[in-house]
Design a protein around this ligand. Sequence first.
Ligand code: SF4
Length: 349
Amino acid sequence: MEDTSKLKEAMFYESVGEGRVQCHLCARNCIIAEGRVGACSVRKNIGGKLYSLIYGLASAVATDPVEKKPLYHFFPGSSVLSFGTVGCCFRCEYCQNWHISQVKPGDYDLRDIGRPETIPSRIRRDACDGVAFTYNEPTIWYEFAYDASKIVKEHGYYTIFVTNGYMNPEPLRELAPYLDAMNIDLKCFRDELYMKMSKAHIQPVLDTLVLARELGIHIEVTNLIVPEFNDDPKDLKNLSEWIVENLGPDVPIHFTRYHPDYHYDAPPTPLKTLIQAYETAKNAGLNYVYLGNIMKTEYENTRCPTCSTLLVKRRVFFVERLYQIKEDKVLCPKCGTEIPIVDHRRKVI
Ligand code: SF4
């Protein structure tokens, strides 16, 4: 039998007979035969037990501005130590990170980043305020991300997931005490399009958005607008209205520009389409709408929804905070409106 001494047994699976296991980490709920991997290619059934093949193994480690995730209402201007590995439970035709998301662990030169206990000292060394699991889908790296997040939080730093939102409710509930913020990708607003372009369903993503909010995790939504896929104004209106009704008008949304990549070859998203999406979301009642990858600062800045005072000025990743903080609350300095920005700098150990 394959040597499992260097592997980590997976969380959230059960035996379902005849040597098969069922993984319940994400909404795919894969049934995996002996010797096979799940749809994400990083969880393998060895001898009737499920193992993570990527515990402590990274494809990328970098220091990023938190705005790059993108998170605009969470410690603006801070730096975050960012980790990614390989694999994904989605199959997006237009994936912008396909070189790491659509490969198997054996096909990539993964770097051993050591035990989770080493991460707080790396955060300190790189002058960061927290850690992000990003670049590929972090859900499928759950065991490492969970252990690392627990330790990082014990030291007073923040934790972030940049995710497709396909995690099942039970793992999310278990992770929630150690997870501060999520940027969740809501790819479109029709199930048949989700299936066509990502080989996934929309409902688990919507459920994750609602549950994450209920669990007190700071959330922001990203919608990459891909021409001839999810740029229908009616769908963008429905998507925005759903957010207002189910998550509230203060959840930030980022419409970002697509560039041709992987199997999809449409031209980059026209600026006109992005501006139309911005107007649609504003008209639907969303207070904080941003456009990404377009280099137009007026769509990156944060303004007070009551009096339009400039609160956060952004130019690419340069950030100037112009709001007031009183008793851990972020306020507009002109009219006093409370702004939903998390920015209570913590005591770290
Ligand atoms: S995490 Fe991987 S193995 Fe588990 S259900 Fe999702 S795709 Fe399947």
